[in-house]
Structure formats: structure tokens, C-alpha cells
Write a protein that binds this ligand. Sequence first.
Ligand code: CP
Length: 313
Amino acid sequence: MKLGHVIESQQFDRTDLEQLFECARQMEIVVSRGGSNLLAGKIMISYFHEESTRTRFSFEAAMRRLGGGVISSENALQFSSAAKGESLRDSIQVIGGYGDIIVLRHGSEGAAESAAQVSSVPLINAGDGPGQHPTQALLDIYTIEKEFGKIDGLTIAMIGDLADGRTVHSLAYLLTKFRNIKIIFVSPPAMRMKDKIKTYLDKCGVPWEENADLNEVARIADVLYQTRIQTERRQRKLADRLEKAAVKYTIDAKTLKLMSPRARIMHPFPRKKEISRDVDSDPRAAYFRQAHNGLYLRMALLKAILAPNAKIE
Ligand code: CP
């Protein structure tokens, strides 16, 4: 597989995903052996205009585990010339000359696509405001496959802030690549899934429904994919109101009692109070495993872009 820019989930097909996941499985072995020099001499630029723990650290760890170098701006709005008013497109045209790949997180939907248009090197969308977060969806699907041994035929419930949560947007798009999937959206009315995504699911023949009753959904879903309210994208008062409205969707010990023993709880993190801590020790809580899978999946992605024909030693 040869990949260029990674901007949205829809760009992947099933063959891409199978190859990527096979490579990610091999990367788990590479890491257990202490890493590799597959990407020696290559430089990844991580250019983050918004905060991140998992995405930036796992991309940077992935590059270093494969022997490559990293240049990083973890707070580009303060410490890059974006603070002086430089446009994103000018910055991208310049920094593309310093490295082999750019990983961009930005606060505006569409920023990654716009940046990719002027980038001389492959660019990865590491989250563009309330738009998409395609590499999160890739690691989510990789996690589901590891946990269940399959993806086809599963019922996935997405819970919480479905309006502004970019991870659920990318996940919904990516699930259209699989067969006999059913999606259930669970959210307060003000945070419903976007119409354009529901229309896309209809076009792809993926059945979906909205259900406000988390207890009912917990009994039937294979995956409860919980998300936090994106308070940073809303005015304080509205954000507080929405967080209160979402309290009834908290996953806790009572939810665990309703779930099948084979079901799983996932969350892209960061978590606030939407999954109570007493759930963490239940084997169905897959969210820490999910976050760790990000390393292997992102190693596979970097290899697919920067060294597609290299043999993994
Ligand atoms: N899941 C995710 O994008 O986490 P970070 O914001 O910590 O990168």
C-alpha cells in the first residue's frame, strides 16, 4: 500500500485497512524487540495548534520506534510564527521543506485539507476542529478487530457529543467499509450526529438509529463508544448546560450489569466524568488498550507513507 496525505476516513478502502492492520500487528512485535531502523534518516514534523496527549505522543513515539527523527511544535499557536499572524498555508509551505511528513492538528474544520493542498510532503490530519480525526478511527477499528476478532456484523453505539466530536465522525465514515454493521447514536438533542454523516450512512446502506435510552442500548450494543462533551468548542454557559444534559449518559457500574459479557467500552480520551472510574477494572473496559494501540497503528501508517516497500525486520 502507498499512501499520500491522510485527511479523512472515507479515503481508505477495505484492502488498505487489512494491509494496515497486518502491518500494525507486525509493529507490535517490532516494539517488543526494541524498535527498528526502518525510517532512519526521515523526519516527521508534528505541528499541533491544539492540545494533545495521545495523538502527538504516539505519533512521535511511532516515528522514534522506527528510527526516524521528530521536530515538534506542541503549542504552535504560542510558539510558532502562527502567533505573529502567519497563515497556516504559508507555514506548511515552509516547514514541508524541513521534513518528510507533517502531522497537523488544528482548531478549524477543513484546515488539514487546505494545508495538504500546498504541502510538498505527505500531511496527516491529526484532528481538524469539529471535523475529522481519521487516525483515531483507524486505531479504533484496529482495536475492535483485536477485541472481537472481526468488525463485520457488530452493533456500535456512539454516545455523547456527536455534533462536535471529530472521532465519532471519522469512525462513522470508516464503519461504512464493513458489512452488516449497525450504528446507534445516543446523545442529548443538542449534540446529535451531523445530518451529512447520516446521509452518507444511508447512501452506503449502513443502518443507524437514534436512541436516547442508554440502558436499552447497553443491552444490545457490542461496543459502547463513549465520548466527552467538547466544551472547548462552545461558550462556557452552553458547555456547562450540555455537560449537565449528558450526565444521564454516564457509563458506570449499573451500565456494566446490563452489558453482554462479550461487549466492550471504548473512549478516544481524554475522559472527564462520562465513564466512572470503577468501570476501569472491568475486562470489558477497552479504552486503555485502545489508546496503546495508537502507537502500533501509527507506526504502520508512517511506514505505509514513508517506506511502503521496505521489509519489516
Ligand atoms: N484521542 C485523542 O485525540 O487524544 P488527544 O487529544 O490526547 O490527542
